[in-house]
Design a protein around this ligand. Structure first.
Ligand SMILES: Cc1cc2nc3c(=O)[nH]c(=O)nc-3n(C[C@H](O)[C@H](O)[C@H](O)COP(=O)(O)O)c2cc1C
Length: 203
């Protein structure tokens, strides 16, 4: 069959695309409101867009023209932390997506421990195996709903001891979670190692 996206409304298109682009890694983002409330929310429209310096992109949507707290906070303060959650944190990640008014901190609701960041003012969570301190670099808006693609530079990476060996992250030990669609998540399945393909330039 063929699907013409022009014939689908925004919600059906969202459901279709979140079923096609799978599995998606999850950026678990902490940010500070202008009043100093620590916000936390997951974003699975997430990838890295530059190697050096490392830069990450998240896509933040809007509802009825109102942007989510995360987008407001990042554009206001220009600082945020992207965490990578592991399987034991799956419930907390999911619960942190519940919409609260800006004056309620999801971090306090979920009783998650924090520590000060080194290079930015936004605190980081201590439970996730990876926390990346980020500085806002660029925001591009796309589509009829003006989704915001927010790009930030990673200025410091906190990695749980034992996870980074010989220049590489130990993926199985990281035990990352991924989002499928709706309330469905996945963990790593079988990992297959193929021969190293010769490269003309590093990619
Ligand atoms: C696993 C997961 C991934 C999500 N990914 C996105 C995303 O990529 N973009 C987005 O706009 N919302 C996404 N959401 C929804 C937001 O997390 C949700 O709207 C949240 O309440 C936003 O919080 P905020 O207003 O505090 O920023 C996701 C939700 C879950 C559970």
């Amino acid at each position: 069959m063929q699907i013409d996206p022009a014939e689908l409304g925004a919600e059906k298109t969202y459901r279709l695309m979140t079923g096609i682009v799978v599995p998606r890694p999850i950026a678990w983002v902490s940010s500070l409101s202008a009043k100093g409330v620590l916000n936390l929310a997951p974003f699975s429209a997430f990838t890295f867009v530059s190697q050096k310096p490392p830069m990450l992109a998240i896509s933040v949507g809007s509802k009825a023209g109102v942007y989510k707290d995360t987008a407001h906070n990042i554009l206001n303060t220009e600082e945020y932390v992207i965490h990578i959650a592991d399987a034991p944190l799956m419930d907390a990640v999911h619960e942190s997506s519940v919409e609260h008014p800006p004056e309620i901190s999801e971090v306090e609701v979920l009783k998650l421990a924090t520590a000060p960041s080194e290079r930015i003012k936004v605190p980081r969570l201590t439970a996730p195996p990876i926390a990346m301190e980020c500085r806002f670099r660029q925001c591009l808006e796309f589509g009829e709903t003006r989704s915001r693609l927010i790009v930030g530079e990673v200025v410091l990476i906190h990695v749980r001891d034992g996870l980074f060996n010989n220049g590489k992250i130990e993926t199985e030990a990281l035990d990352p979670i991924a989002r499928i669609a709706g309330p469905r998540y996945a963990r790593l399945g079988e990992i297959v190692t193929l021969r190293t393909v010769p490269q003309t330039s590093k990619s």
